[in-house]
Design a protein around this ligand. Structure first.
Ligand SMILES: CC(C)=CCC/C(C)=C/CC/C(C)=C/CC/C(C)=C/[C@@H]1[C@@H](COP(=O)(O)OP(=O)(O)O)[C@]1(C)CC/C=C(\C)CC/C=C(\C)CCC=C(C)C
Ligand SMILES: [Mn+2]
Length: 393
């Protein structure tokens, strides 16, 4: 792949911004605590009083760092730099780069049709970068979830991480890497969320139980919250937005967490058959349930009640995410609304299946999927409306 190496020209990224500390930590933790009230979260309340740092505090540190980086980009925009304009003369072989992006687009179209459709409204430059990020995430997930997953070792993940560093330093190994290398050099995308996603895959290799929500939250951040953090700098914050960069990142993080929690609730039976239980153990036992009940897979009133609490929490994260979507660049809002509405409806489907997520896979039917697209369009361009909320909830 030396041909690829030759034509990609981007310098090493530096982590120039130091961590910003926890000036607003207490406010935020209290806010999230309110967000989760109504469900008994022993681990959550103890995170507030415990001197050791909770997962949320640790993740928030990354959010602050990412927000600080993007603030620079928002300043650049005010100075008149245009992130939607292709940068010309940057590469010795623009054709190769352009076909690298086309291949990323093909992968998206193949694996995530609705999402691919949604990206069509984004500006060409941003769309290409989102495709490149999508492909890297999909490949990373395939390492632990794909056909060769049983051969994946922590060493292989270390090699994948080294390769990631090379990509960020302008030394891509293949076409998909080259597209990513180009994208992250163009936008202020930091390597940290990418590294953290790999950390999530490491966690998946060594851990199959989560003692409490604090542990699960960290896992959800690693494998999905990170996607939100990677995407914001590319999607861009609307120039007219008055929201703080940090609040937009919080919303993006919340969407990743909400999606992953939903994914976990949808796949309880499937995961159990692989010996995995992602549900918080302390909450299971508070509900009078154990792993055995999950392996038995019988829907009981105890299970229904437990599931109601879990669904409620996932919805709270979706609500938190919704607050940030309108702050994104208008062209980026549609795919985000579409994915939010579609994923959120999986929770409705679990309810419609009478909480049988052991043997029935919750899914969103074609008609509902199709209806979600114009609803998402309406929200993206007209703003959230009561009528559309009634349709989709
Ligand atoms: C518009 C949009 C959705 C952009 C994101 C594009 C992108 C880079 C997606 C990558 C997704 C990916 C392949 C992640 C790898 C890990 C993984 C598989 C996570 C699970 C996704 C669902 O996939 P699926 O149902 O196929 O799961 P299976 O593999 O079949 O089990 C996740 C549940 C998480 C995905 C997380 C997101 C899409 C986060 C989206 C957040 C944003 C785009 C931020 C939006 C900004 C604001 C301000 C709200
Ligand atoms: Mn997966």
């Amino acid at each position: 792949m030396s041909g690829v190496l030759l034509w990609v020209n981007c310098g090493p990224k530096e982590n120039a911004i130091s961590l910003v500390g926890f000036a607003r930590k207490d406010v935020r933790i209290q806010k999230r605590f309110r967000l989760c009230s109504g469900i008994s979260f022993a681990s959550f309340s103890s995170a507030v009083v415990e001197p050791s740092r909770s997962s949320e505090e640790r993740v928030y540190e990354v959010v602050l760092k990412q927000a600080a980086l993007l603030k620079e980009q928002r300043k650049d925009r005010k100075k008149g730099l245009d992130f939607d304009k292709p940068i010309e003369g940057d590469f010795t072989n623009g054709d190769l780069l352009s076909s690298a992006y086309d291949r990323c687009g093909d992968v998206c179209a193949e694996y995530a049709k609705t999402f691919y459709l949604g990206t069509q409204l984004m500006t060409q430059e941003r769309r290409k970068a989102i495709w490149a990020i999508y492909v890297w995430c999909r490949r990373t997930d395939e390492l632990v979830d794909g056909p060769n997953a049983s051969h994946i070792t922590p060493k292989a993940l270390d090699r994948w991480e080294q390769r990631l560093t090379d990509v960020f330093e302008g030394r891509p190994y293949d076409m998909y890497d080259a597209a990513l290398s180009d994208s992250v050099s163009k936008y202020h995308v930091d390597i940290q969320p990418f590294k953290d996603m790999i950390e999530g895959m490491r966690l998946d290799l060594r851990k199959s139980r989560y003692n409490n929500f604090d542990e699960l939250y960290l896992y959800c951040y690693y494998v999905a919250g990170t996607v939100g953090l990677m995407s914001v700098p590319v999607m861009g914050i609307a120039p007219e937005s008055k929201a703080s960069t940090e609040s937009v990142y919080n919303a993006a993080l919340a969407l990743g967490i909400a999606n992953q929690l939903t994914n976990i609730l949808r796949d309880v039976g499937e995961d159990a058959r692989r010996g995995r239980v992602y549900l918080p153990q302390d909450e299971l036992s508070q509900a009078g349930l154990s792993d055995d009940d999950i392996f038995r897979g019988k829907v009981t009133d105890k299970w229904r009640n437990f599931m109601k609490g879990q669904i409620k929490r996932a919805r709270m994260f979706f609500d938190e995410a919704e607050k940030g979507v309108s702050e994104l660049n208008s062209a980026s809002r549609w795919p985000v609304w579409a994915s939010l509405l579609l994923y959120r409806q999986i929770l409705d489907s679990i309810e419609a299946n009478d909480y049988n997520n052991f043997t029935k896979r919750a899914y969103v039917g074609k008609a509902k999927k199709l209806l979600s697209l114009p609803v998402a369009y309406g929200r993206a361009f007209l703003g959230p409306q009561k009528l559309t909320k009634m349709i989709t909830r």
